[in-house]
Design a protein around this ligand. Structure first.
Ligand code: NAP
Length: 304
């Protein structure tokens, strides 16, 4: 595949930035990739493993001369990073991000983007519970969706170029409006993470069930919650603080449904439970048919 950008700067060098660097390299999509992360330790590891072509000591240095800058830091840090790099952005460059929330990021980053620089927010719907500079892999975005969330008046050619990059990294691309994105993600990602965090917290608090029992018998369902609940605390704190309204709306609906199921159990309404579980099973089938998961029963766990 042909090169799309001459120099790409990745600010933040964790799971998503690392996977982008490896995916871009896989297909030769960027001439040079520079990178910056907040801590000296992360920068050292990134340099040692050659995650990007050049690790810089400041975000300003990393973005100089870049025709694409991608903010790959937690949502709550995006505004400060944008303020820091704003004065150093090259005219004609594109600034994008990979944040899991879009409206709050647009509000925080937008004011720091100078005239003549394109701001095109995006969100790849791919991830794992791992974080840090060694957690990325080139295949992370293969077959997954990346949602581009253009701000009003965004340059059509700049959007197309960013779309080409994501397609080159293996993703399927769609465009969505920011508030709608935040509502969709509250349903598909944010509320499920909060529920997983809660379930693992409940098991931890329940003194009638011993720790060993929870760990040894976790394959009964709990194990799958623990994987999600192991996700990065900083990232997820920022997601909830920045997608407040949509998350609270979905959690309100969740609570109503939970009460209805609770009532069905108490009153012995088996039909209600059966119909409900039949409907949810069909959703799982739809996800597999769309290629967004595999039908392997023990997905993700290597047999010994
Ligand atoms: P990660 O592995 O924890 O990496 C975050 C990176 O940001 C680290 O290199 C960290 O540096 C750096 N950082 C944090 N605060 C900073 C600051 N103020 N200035 C400069 N660098 C800073 O996180 P990730 O999973 O790649 O997530 C990055 C973004 O992608 C987040 O906005 C998240 O919402 C979004 N996202 C995540 C997933 C997922 O499943 N993980 C999926 C899609 C989108 P240090 O190591 O030095 O602290």
């Amino acid at each position: 595949m042909a090169q799309i950008y001459d120099r790409v700067a990745l600010i933040g060098l964790g799971l998503i930035a690392g996977s982008m660097a490896l995916a871009m390299r896989r297909s030769g999509l960027a001439g040079e990739i520079t990178g910056y992360a907040r801590s000296a330790e992360t920068r050292k590891v990134a340099a040692e493993i050659g995650l990007v072509d050049r690790v810089c000591d400041s975000a300003a240095e990393a973005v100089k001369g870049a025709d694409l800058v991608v903010l790959c830091v937690p949502v709550g840090a995006m505004g400060n990073v944008a303020a820091e790099i704003g004065p150093y952005l090259q005219t004609g460059a594109t600034v994008s991000d990979v944040g899991s929330v879009k409206r709050a990021v647009i509000d925080a980053v937008g004011p720091h983007i100078p005239d003549g620089v394109h701001f095109i927010p995006a969100h790849p719907l791919a991830g794992t519970e791992k974080s840090g500079p060694t957690s990325g892999f080139a295949e992370l975005f293969d077959g997954r969706w990346c949602l581009i969330v253009p701000v009003e008046g965004a340059d059509v050619a700049a959007i197309q170029r960013l779309r080409d990059l994501w397609v080159g990294m293996g993703a399927q691309v769609d465009e969505m409006e920011a508030d709608h994105h935040d509502l969709v993600l509250a349903v598909t990602s944010h509320a499920p993470h909060l529920i997983a965090y809660t379930m693992v917290g409940v098991a931890d608090d329940l003194s009638r069930v011993t720790d060993t029992e929870v760990v040894n018998y976790s394959a009964a369902g709990f194990r799958d919650f623990t994987r999600i609940a192991a996700s990065d605390p900083t990232m997820w704190r920022d997601v909830f603080l920045n997608n407040k309204d949509a998350t609270l709306e979905i959690l309100g609906r969740f609570t109503e449904e939970l009460f209805a199921l609770q009532r069905a159990i108490r009153t012995g309404d088996g039909d209600h439970l059966f119909d409900y579980f039949t409907r949810t099973r069909a959703i799982r089938r739809g996800i597999i048919e769309a290629g967004q998961d595999t039908d392997v029963a023990d997905f993700g766990r290597v047999k010994k």
